[in-house]
Ligand binder design. Structure first.
Ligand code: N01
Length: 548
């Protein structure tokens, strides 16, 4: 049956596919491309009405790439894409990234196999046929041998449960579910922003410039560094295009998947004066250079980390004129262990007359009421509430889908105590189901488009191998997930990341168990999955194909 069966026929018969891909963001679009090129019948489903995934939803003002510098946050598989799309700025804004993804969808002719406005509502594995039965919000039924979850590590919004929030009568928007029609207007309004992660920090300067009054509701202060955004130098682009093969290779073997070779100097090798000079130089340059080009032990050594943390605190003290506001903005945890943020004048925004900072640690929210928010110190009347409260990250979207695997077991049952996986790609008892940027993959700590390409290629090769062997199903062997999880945890223990409460550890979601579910050594991870494939998919069991 054709994968483009009409809705009326589809209501009666399942659409038969090789692969259902969930999500039309960077990962799902590339997965579609590479699976299709390999001759597989694949189709992408996404509840949004546009391609782009997170770049479609996060339209809040100020949203920009926070990866080191255009043109490296992009697909690498096609030189045409690299040569034909011009990135105007060093930190491209959301609209530019979305334009790029639409350009790719057209250039690679992806749209004919992408169904938008269609949410995947459930997926159940049928052991007898070794196939997945998948339902959609349109009532269509899909019958596929494989499911690829490209549903995003940062796609399920964290909606805070605060007394009275549902009674607030003004406009209310979550940054990760921003209206798709540019209808939000801050002019003349009293706005509150709840949350000061990347989304809050990026949007606050923009909102402050447009609204009548901005109240920032801050639970944890953030270290943020200037983005240093500027137009991309044409010579830089010409050079990047000319040396693209070497750059691509370097990104695969460099921490975080960036093309820049990190510093090899330890912070302790420099005097305090030298360190200040080094940090100041890269503060002026802007971007992630301040953590990449300065010292190699910032994320592994507490002393080194504190030298940069104190440098940023000094910047806060010298930028923010009101000493009490400056005090409230001073973070006191390990810098970089919550996702490092790049900003456009964030701290300086607190020098504006129309901005108030409420430190929720000393002045907690008591409740929302129809006209505003009440904290311990009193009422803050507002017309609009912006929830910059982040995401149920890495696992939240998969848990919401909650597929049923072997024996009808649900993913939430399997993940009750631990987000276990094998290679961050597969889950025991869920044969023929693959994840891109799943828990225990490098995902959010690596160049995500590049990581998605490498994981998708691995999945494609695995499917082709399975079929070439006459097998019908593949899943992790008993116990390999525990050994792999221990390996991921061992890498994490070499860093400081686990020591801070963050969305990396699940600490931002009440009731979610704590697990630092990211493989911090991206290049070693990709080497490992390549070796597993080269050795015939060690750690997996394959079942002979069921007879039709
Ligand atoms: O979310 P966050 P985000 N009461 O979880 C606060 C990526 N991203 O959307 O720190 C009061 O970082 C919470 O407080 P605390 C990027 O990787 C990329 O900003 O938990 N406050 C925190 O301040 C980023 O890291 C781009 O104490 C509550 C904030 O809300 C990731 O997405 C742009 C609360 C949430 O910060 C997530 O960033 C944007 C409550 N009940 C995001 N609940 C790019 O540029 C939460 N908070 C590509």
């Amino acid at each position: 049956m054709s994968s483009t069966a009409s809705p009326s026929t589809a209501a009666q018969a399942a659409i038969v596919l090789d692969v259902v891909v969930i999500g039309a963001g960077f990962s799902g679009m590339y997965a579609l491309h590479t699976l299709r090129e390999a001759g597989l019948k694949a189709r992408v489903y996404d509840e949004a009405h546009n391609v782009g995934g997170t770049w479609n939803w996060n339209r809040y003002p100020g949203a920009r790439v926070d990866f080191p510098v255009a043109p490296y946050y992009c697909y690498t598989f096609s030189d045409e894409l690299m040569n034909e799309f011009d990135w105007p700025e060093r930190q491209p804004d959301q609209a530019t990234v979305l334009k790029y993804l639409n350009f790719v969808a057209d250039r690679m002719d992806l749209r004919r196999d992408i169904e938008l406005g269609t949410r995947i509502t459930g997926a159940t594995y049928d052991e007898a046929t070794q196939r997945w039965r998948v339902g959609t919000s349109r009532g269509t039924r899909l019958d596929a041998q494989f499911v690829v979850c490209a549903s995003g590590a940062l796609s399920t919004a964290n909606m805070p449960k605060i007394p009275g929030i549902e009674t607030f009568a003004g406009e209310c928007y979550h940054t990760g579910r921003w209206p798709q029609d540019d209808s939000v207007d801050f002019t003349g309004k009293r706005v509150a922003v709840l949350g000061t992660g990347s989304s809050g920090v990026q949007s606050i300067p923009h909102i402050a410039r447009q609204c009548q009054h901005l109240t920032v509701l801050q639970r944890t202060p953030q270290y943020t560094v200037p983005a240093g955004n500027k137009p991309v130098d044409p010579d830089f682009v010409a050079n990047a295009r000319a040396t693209w093969p070497e750059i691509k290779q370097r990104m695969r073997v460099t921490p975080f998947g960036s093309p820049f070779l990190a510093s090899t100097v330890k912070a302790s090798e420099h005097t305090p004066e030298q360190r200040r000079e080094v940090y100041e130089k890269f503060w002026q340059v802007g971007g992630f250079n301040i953590v990449i080009d300065t010292y190699c032990d910032l994320f592994t050594d507490q002393f080194a980390n504190e030298t940069l943390a104190e440098f940023v605190r000094d910047k806060i003290r010298s930028t923010v004129k009101n000493p009490d506001t400056a005090r409230k903005l001073l973070p006191n945890y390990l810098i970089g262990t919550k996702r490092q943020i790049l900003d456009e004048g964030y701290y300086d925004t607190y020098n504006r007359d129309n901005v108030t900072l409420v430190d929720l640690r000393e002045d907690p929210i008591l409740e929302f009421y129809p006209g505003g928010v009440r904290t311990k110190s009193g009422d803050h009347p507002i017309d609009m509430l912006v929830l910059a409260t982040g995401f149920d990250a890495i696992t939240g979207t998969l848990q919401r889908l909650n597929p049923r695997g072997r024996g009808g077991v649900t993913l939430n049952e399997c993940w009750k105590d631990r987000f276990n996986s094998y290679l961050g790609i597969s889950i025991p008892r869920f044969p023929n189901l693959f994840m891109i940027h799943g828990p225990e993959s490098p995902g959010v700590l690596f160049n995500m488009p590049l990581g998605a390409e490498m994981e998708s290629d691995w999945i494609r090769d695995c499917i082709l191998h399975l079929r070439a062997q006459g097998k019908g199903a593949i899943e992790p062997a008993p116990g390999v997930d525990a050994a792999y999880g221990a390996e991921v945890a061992e890498f994490a223990r070499m860093t400081l990341f686990e020591q801070t409460e963050s969305w990396y550890t699940g600490a931002n979601i009440p009731g979610k168990h704590r697990q630092f579910a990211v493989h911090v050594a991206g290049p070693l991870y990709f080497q490992k999955i390549r070796e597993v494939a080269a050795q015939g998919y060690t750690g997996f069991v394959m079942e002979p194909a069921a007879t039709a």
